[in-house]
Write a protein that binds this ligand. Sequence first.
Ligand code: NDP
Length: 323
Amino acid sequence: MEYRRLGSSGLKVSQLSFGSWVTFGNQMDLKKAKECIQYSFEQGINFFDNAEVYAKGASEELMGQAFRELGIPRHHYIISTKFFWGIEDVVNFRNTLNRKYLMHAMHESLKRWKMDLIDLIYCHRPDPETPIEEIVQTMHEIIQRGDALYWGTSEWSAKQIAEAYDFAVSNGFHRPVMEQPQYNLIHHHKVDQEFTPLYKKMGLGLTTWSPLASGILTGKYLNTIPENSRLALKSMTWLQEELHQPSIQKAVKELHQISESSHIPMSQLAIGWCTLNPQVSTVILGASRIEQLKENLKTLEILNSIRDLRKELSQIADLNATA
Ligand code: NDP
């Protein structure tokens, strides 16, 4: 496992990491979560991604309990959480980054994790109704208080990130260090185009999500939607629209062809392509069972073969150049 700097910070994250969206507290119970965390950790993964909204807080509780029961020393791993959507139907606590919400959300999250601090905290989406000054100052204060170590954004535009960074720098506040965008062979415009000036300006780090586009890039949906898969879940039917887009179907079919001729599973080609981008600090993997995690982690063993196919893979990415 290679460890990469999280942007311009001094923190190093494993090039592959493990996240809990849809899985922890839904498809996975404590036993399965522990099995996956243990395996990830043994393979060198040191970053585990989470969010307040995942399973409405249950994902944080489960991950916290799993780490405690596994007895892994707290300073050996990095965890994250993210705030924006909120989990209580109360005015000021939904779809926001206002100070009242952020302070409360941080406090409640620590209680769920049963931990003293969260390493990375993210503003999960931009909030056009809260001034950037209020957001940056609140993130700064959370870090000053020792509740978190680094802060960043998720799915913000380059302009919004630059504004936050400039305000932090000019006021001596903790700067945003990392962004968490979707990045895969289908969705890559932000990482490959929009954020380019930010890599130089602020050394932006990237913790990227959905390397398999929720499983679409494994080829498992080529003929049908398997019963026990993410796209069959009631809450995830919106993803079926994506699946049926002609340019996405074409990309999946072409990836399938490269997989057939190279004898490398589609999942590993897709994950490998993300990992080979040096701007990416870590590619966050998802898995609903340990067998998937094992297959996905094998990507690292054949990264050089995937490097040789990079040109062909980037041509697939070009089919959805603006996504
Ligand atoms: P992927 O795109 O890799 O999708 C993972 C899912 O694909 C699995 O849960 C599984 O679903 C299926 N899968 C994985 N590996 C295989 C395999 N080898 N063969 C067949 N099916 C496979 O990643 P995620 O979408 O889960 O994203 C990863 C992490 O990124 C999340 O856990 C979360 O931490 C983070 N994230 C952040 C977001 C943000 O807004 N900041 C948004 C989304 C994710 P199944 O078996 O159910 O079909």
